[in-house]
Design a protein around this ligand. Sequence first.
Ligand code: PLP
Length: 370
Amino acid sequence: MIYLDHAATSPMRESAIEAWARHAGAVNPGAQYASGRKARSVLDSAREQVAEIMGADPVEVVFTASGTEADNVAVQGLFRASSSARIVASAIEHPAVAETVARLGADVELLPVDRSGHICDLSALDTPAALASCMMANNETGAIQPVEQIVARATAQGTPVHVDAVQAVGKIAINFHELGVHTLASSAHKFGGPRGAGFLLARRDSPVQAVMFGGGQERGLRPGTADVASAAALATALGEAVHEMEAEYARLAGLRDKLWQGISSTIDGAVLNTAEPALPGHCHVSFPGADGDSLIMLLDVAGIEASTGSACHAGVNRMSDVLSAMGIPEADGLGSLRLTLGRTTTSEDIEEVLRILPGVVERARSAGLR
Ligand code: PLP
């Protein structure tokens, strides 16, 4: 099997599995007795590790049950803290942000993107808002967004910024304090940690309000008995990902370039939708005239696992909102593949994909004609 869907989820690292197993028996870290204190110290160490790696203070780390939950707590919490009914968000946010924003009854203005998938007009930020939300890197194309410029423009109006860094954490250098955002969302399973674990960084002076209520754990922003084993595994995976980051960036970018060069020289009309600056493992390609579902099924039969767009859209037979926002015609966008490379991807994997793909596209194009 060749797994090229690392942007959807990446296999858990051995070190994270070991950390998880070691702490799986941890009891309630809020308990006063010895076993509770022991669990608490594991949770505290995980929090300190995450804080140090991300350039945040430990108190600013809020463990959550997913990236989606971190996005919800931040977007809803910042909106609730403000008297403004206005939200600015990019036109290519993941549903964890886009759907949340859509349900708040806010006056929403979207920052447009150009054909390269990068935000191209920041003028909506020149009017104050309850919050501005922008992803660090897009899950479909991998395009890295101009977050520094967005923060500068929003901050000039007193607008707090939330950044969805779920795809970027562990892949590119991020320093929370230097970035100057109020909140940042991350998810463990994207960098080799467990699925169902994430974290929110929330600046200690941010007015972000609680949107769920209970025992007050995690600064009251994510109440509920903490999952100590997952927090320990998340911190271990993050440490390893960041340690390998520079070398992995170069290795993956090299493999991705080899993949695209091979595709463009063997398949007529292939269009690359991933443009720099982009994450090193993303290769989003359209094959005009091909049927997207056929591409996935034929690759699956050949033992190659990839996605048509984002995993969250899989199964829905329409072009993704991200490709629409980029101005890609539906006839081209429907025949797209998101190939995302990661830690387990080898040069041999890429060679095998390049051997199989031309025939797959040819067959998916004949399916597209019917
Ligand atoms: N934000 C982005 C950019 C993502 O790519 C994803 C997952 O695909 C999420 C949020 C949601 O993360 P999770 O799967 O941990 O809920």
